[in-house]
Design a protein around this ligand. Structure first.
Ligand SMILES: [Zn+2]
Length: 273
């Protein structure tokens, strides 16, 4: 049920060239070309790059990132201009994911509407989480290798979805690690804490900025051992697994965002059953 589509490092050489340039081997891509994937890439410093016509943020070394939604279309165009004016582009073709779908019929259709005070809190939580993922720091951590934030079996995967009485529910966007309350959670890559708060749905929640708009989020923590603004190095403890918020049991729900885009954390780390 756990899938890794392809290799983690893809070196792209001459594929498609426009204008006068013949050599496009300056493009380095690191990532799996599939739906839900974060791609880390580099061009010579001073280049400009666009994905499907949208300009991407680049750091001083010419490094940049981009991502593909859970149900992204399969053809995309990366185009760039080098400091010497040379222009190139390349078509990126994604593999299609096959997500876990579970149909549950005959459910008692009881709609539970939370009281106004709770709704207010839920709205405030989502504004705060959006703010925590709005930073555009150019931390280099996002370009390093990621490690799993906790030991334990995978009990939930990115993209999975339940169809309740024929109605598709919101897909699951995290990867769940099932482990007892008190199990250490560590930083999968270095970063800065942009949120450490108790939220209605996700309980004790930490958001970690890895740079270039890429964030880890850790949900349902039993305890948080870091605070807003703390800088963490890879492997440093940030809290412990728990079941806070609306969780059915102790587990870590780890998410990866590129700002508002929800990506698959499992594609960033070595495979695990
Ligand atoms: Zn989850």
């Amino acid at each position: 049920m756990y899938q890794l589509a392809g290799v983690l490092l893809v070196m792209v050489s001459l594929v498609f060239s426009l204008g006068t340039r013949a050599d496009t081997s300056e493009l380095v891509l690191n990532g799996t070309l599939t739906q839900g994937s974060l791609i880390r890439a580099q061009l010579p410093p001073g280049s400009k790059v666009q994905l499907n016509g949208e300009t991407l943020q680049q750091n001083a070394q010419g490094k940049f990132v981009f991502g593909f939604d859970r149900s992204a279309s399969l053809e995309h165009t990366l185009s760039w201009q080098l400091p010497d004016g040379g222009e190139s582009r390349r078509t990126l073709t994604l593999t299609e994911r096959d997500y876990v779908t579970q149909r549950i019929d005959g459910l008692d259709q009881k709609m539970v509407t939370p009281p106004e005070a709770v709704l207010k809190r839920i709205r405030k939580d989502s504004v705060n989480v959006a703010k925590a993922r709005a930073s555009t720091s150019d931390l280099d951590a996002v370009f390093t290798g990621f490690i799993w934030p906790a030991a334990g079996p995978i009990t939930g995967v990115y993209g999975s979805q339940r169809i309740l009485n024929g109605k598709p529910s919101r897909p699951h966007y995290g990867v769940d690690v099932g482990a007892p309350t008190g199990t250490d959670v560590v930083a999968p890559a270095s970063g800065v804490v942009t949120l450490a708060d108790d939220l209605y749905y996700s309980g004790n929640t930490i958001v970690l900025d890895h740079g270039m708009g890429v964030f880890s989020t850790f949900l349902h923590l039993d305890s948080m051992t870091v605070a807003l603004g703390d800088t963490l190095t890879q492997g440093e403890k940030l809290g412990e697994i728990g079941a806070t918020g609306r969780a059915t049991g102790a587990h870590l729900d780890w998410r990866i965002n590129l700002h508002k885009q929800r990506l698959d954390p499992a594609l960033l780390v070595p495979p695990r059953q």
